[in-house]
Design a protein around this ligand. Structure first.
Ligand SMILES: Nc1nc2c(c(=O)[nH]1)N[C@H]1C(S)=C(S)[C@@H](COP(=O)(O)OP(=O)(O)OC[C@H]3O[C@@H](n4cnc5c(N)ncnc54)[C@H](O)[C@@H]3O)O[C@H]1N2
Ligand code: MOO
Length: 429
C-alpha cells in the first residue's frame, strides 16, 4: 500500500463522513434513554399545562366579587371547598364564594383569579370558614393558563437531538414510556505492539503499559459508541490479520492503535491490503496524527490510529468522534468550534495544520486557552487536562500569548470558570 501525498484534515473528515449512516432505531424505556439520540421528532399532542391551574397556594375567586374590597372595608367570601393538586372542585363557584386551592390544582369553574394565601385574612363567621379580601384582584391574575408553556402541535425536539435531562422531562411530560432512539454503534478496540503490558502488570525493561486501549475505549463511549475492548495484538502478522478479520465481522466499527507507520513491525497497512479494504487515506497533513489511516471493508470503517498517545487521541477526536456520533444518530455530530485567547506563547512553525491539546478556562471575562505539556505526539501527560484542541493552521508561526486562536471544544465539562462572575458579583436569579 503506497503512502499517498497527505490530504487536508477537512478532506479526510468528509471522506469518513460519507459512510456515516445512523444505526437502526430501537425503543428504550425512558430511564434507559438518557444519553442516546432521539430517532423521531417530539411533537406535543396536548397543551401544557393541560388545564388552567393555580401557580400559588391561595384562594380561587371571581374577580368581580372583589371590585370594592379595601382594607377599611374588606370583602367577605365564604370558603365553599378546598382542593390540592390533582383534585377537582366539582361545583360552580357562585357569588361571594371562594375555594381554597393549592399550587397545581385546576381552577374551579366560575373563578377567574387566585389570591395568595398570605394576602387574605382567614376568618370564622358563625362557624363557617371565610376570608377577608382587602383589595380588588384583576381577572386572570395568578392563573397558569392551558398551553402557556407548550401549545398543542408544536415540534419541541427534532430527531437527532441528544437526550439530555431536559429532554427526558419533555418525553415524560408527553407520556413516552418507550422512546425511539438510535442504537449505539458497537465499536471494537484493538491495540497493537509487543511492547505493551496490561494495566495490572509491573513494568519490564523496554516495555510500557497500554494506555491507548483504555483511552480509546473512553473516547468511544464519550462519542456515543458502545465500546468493546477486544485486546492486544503482538507483532505477528498472520495472527494479527486473522484476529482483525474475525473481529470486523462482530462490530460496526473497528479501531486499532499502533503499527501504521513505516517500521518493520508496522503491520496495519499490510493487514488492510490483505483484507482487500478500500483505504480512504493513510496520510493527513496535520500534527499530531499524520499517520491516521481509515479504510472501508464491506461498508464498515476501520480506523487505524497512531500508537503514539497524543496522535491517537487527536486522530480519534477529529475523525472517529464525529463519525461515531453521527452513527449514534446525532443531527449535529461535529465538535463545536469557537475562539479564545492564548494563555502562553506558541512559537513553533506550523508546516501542517497543528492541533495542540489545550486547557480552556474563563478568567476575568475572557476565555483563555493554554497549550499543555510538550507538543509531541508521543506524550500522554498533556491529555489529562485537555478540554480543547488549539488550531494552528498550516503556514503560520509565532503565536504570542494573548492572540486570538480558533479552538475545538472537546468537553463542556471541566472548563474551570469563576461561575461566570456570579461568585464575585453575588448575583442571584
Ligand atoms: N521513519 C519514520 N518513522 C516514523 C514516522 C515516519 O513517517 N517515518 N512517523 C512517526 C509518527 S508521526 C508517528 S505518530 C509514529 C506512528 O507510529 P505507529 O502508529 O506505527 O505506532 P507504533 O510504532 O506502534 O507506536 C508508536 C509509539 O506509541 C507507543 N504505543 C503504541 N501503542 C500504545 C498503547 N496502546 N499505549 C501506549 N503507547 C503505545 C509505542 O510504544 C511507540 O512508542 O511513527 C513515527 N515514526
Ligand atoms: O502521526 Mo504523527 O505526528 O504525525 O504524530
Amino acid at each position: 500500500m503506497l503512502r499517498r501525498n497527505p490530504i487536508k484534515i477537512r478532506e479526510a473528515i468528509s471522506r469518513v463522513m460519507e459512510f456515516a449512516e445512523p444505526t437502526d432505531i430501537q425503543y428504550l424505556s425512558l430511564l434507559e434513554a438518557n444519553g442516546y439520540y432521539l430517532a423521531e421528532d417530539l411533537i406535543s399532542d396536548h397543551p401544557v399545562p393541560p388545564f388552567d391551574r393555580s401557580p400559588y397556594d391561595g384562594f380561587a375567586v371571581r374577580s368581580r366579587d372583589t371590585l370594592n374590597a379595601s382594607s377599611k372595608s374588606p370583602k367577605l367570601l365564604k370558603v365553599v371547598g378546598s382542593i390540592g393538586a390533582g383534585q377537582i372542585f366539582s361545583g360552580v363557584v357562585g357569588a361571594d364564594e371562594t375555594v381554597r386551592i393549592m399550587t397545581g390544582a385546576k381552577i374551579p369553574e366560575g373563578c377567574d383569579a387566585v389570591i395568595m394565601i398570605e394576602a387574605v385574612k382567614e376568618v370564622d363567621v358563625d362557624g363557617e370558614a371565610s376570608i377577608h379580601v382587602r383589595r380588588p384582584i384583576e381577572s386572570n391574575k395568578n392563573i397558569s393558563f392551558t398551553g402557556e408553556d407548550i401549545e398543542q402541535g408544536t415540534t419541541l425536539v427534532e430527531s437527532g437531538a441528544y437526550i439530555s435531562p431536559g429532554i427526558i422531562a419533555l418525553l415524560a411530560t408527553f407520556g413516552y414510556n418507550r422512546v425511539p432512539v438510535r442504537k449505539k454503534p458497537k465499536v471494537g478496540v484493538i491495540v497493537t505492539g509487543s511492547e505493551l503490558l496490561d494495566v495490572d502488570k509491573p513494568l519490564e525493561p523496554g516495555k510500557i503499559r497500554n494506555s491507548n486501549g483504555y483511552m480509546v475505549y473512553a473516547q468511544t463511549m464519550r462519542a456515543g459508541g458502545d465500546a468493546v475492548y477486544l485486546g492486544k495484538l503482538s507483532d505477528d502478522f498472520n495472527e494479527s490479520f486473522n484476529f482483525i478479520a474475525s473481529s470486523l465481522s462482530e462490530v460496526d466499527v473497528l479501531i486499532t492503535t499502533g503499527g501504521v507507520s513505516v517500521g518493520d513491525f508496522d503491520f496495519m497497512p499490510g493487514i488492510l491490503d490483505k483484507l482487500g479494504a478500500n483505504v480512504l487515506f493513510n496520510k493527513i497533513g496535520m500534527r499530531p496524527g499524520s499517520v491516521t489511516t481509515v479504510a472501508e471493508k464491506d461498508g464498515k470503517l476501520i480506523f487505524a490510529l497512531s500508537g503514539n498517545p497524543s496522535a491517537c487521541y487527536v486522530g480519534f477526536e477529529l475523525l472517529a468522534r464525529p463519525f461515531l456520533t453521527a452513527l449514534s444518530g446525532a443531527k449535529q455530530p461535529y465538535l463545536e468550534k469557537t475562539t479564545a485567547y492564548l494563555g502562553a506563547d506558541f512559537l513553533k512553525r506550523n508546516p501542517f495544520d497543528r492541533f495542540v491539546r489545550g486547557n480552556l478556562s474563563y478568567n476575568k471575562g475572557k476565555f483563555i486557552v493554554t497549550p499543555l505539556g510538550l507538543d509531541k505526539s508521543s506524550v500522554v501527560s498533556s491529555l489529562a487536562e485537555a478540554n480543547a484542541l488549539i488550531v494552528f493552521p498550516a503556514g503560520t508561526k509565532g503565536y504570542r500569548k494573548g492572540m486570538e486562536v480558533e479552538i475545538i471544544l472537546l468537553e463542556s465539562k471541566g472548563i474551570s470558570t469563576d461561575l461566570f462572575g456570579m461568585e464575585e458579583k453575588g448575583e442571584g436569579d
